[in-house]
Design a protein around this ligand. Sequence first.
Ligand code: DX5
Ligand code: ZN
Length: 217
Amino acid sequence: MHAPILAPSILAGDHSDLASSAAIVAATGLEWLHLDIMDGHFVPNLSFGPQTVAALRKKSKLFFDVHLMLDEPHRYVEAFAKAGANLISIHIEPAYDYAATLARIKELGCRRGIVLNPGTPAGAVKPFLAQVDLVLAMTVQPGFGGQSFRADVLPKIAQIDAWRREAALDFRLEVDGGIDLKTAADCRNAGTDTFVAGTSFFNAADRAAYAAAIAKL
Ligand code: DX5
Ligand code: ZN
């Protein structure tokens, strides 16, 4: 099992000063930063694009875990790779050539992630498990920070973890949405090793203690 990684979501950071929010993450001793990209179509919200990621790249050495919530992610993977993404995750719900897009992400020098929404069955990503570095199981309907964790996703996480062990694969299993210490522990028990946290990280009274508690899971 991979050691736990906490990836704070900059969606909950200060959007007038994202570099300072990224610096808070680095100062906490963490290595990953989760960046949520929304197109107003796949999800009913807008966030920011490759220009912002590129600007932040110049100010931060963190590992950029880029979550594309886009109807047509294949059209943008190159732009985000050039902007400095280290890992690019694409959703399974819209229709496009998933295998070709994952191959392109790898060719661009990034790690590959596949994402499924709470209502999407685990079987949808099963054919791609050998071609990814990370599977992201959404634990809220994507689009907004600060929503409540969906415990009904836990059996699906356990299923994906079981497939991972059966096939001796080593992709990371990430959760995103409503994560705090309690829900992270439940996800860890189901097989998760990578935890996105927006609200709970940036609002934590003691972020170092929060990060240490995740590391101990
Ligand atoms: C939701 C995003 C999440 C979000 C999580 O659409 O994908 O990454 O930032 O925020 P919290 O941790 O506040 O639920
Ligand atoms: Zn996300």
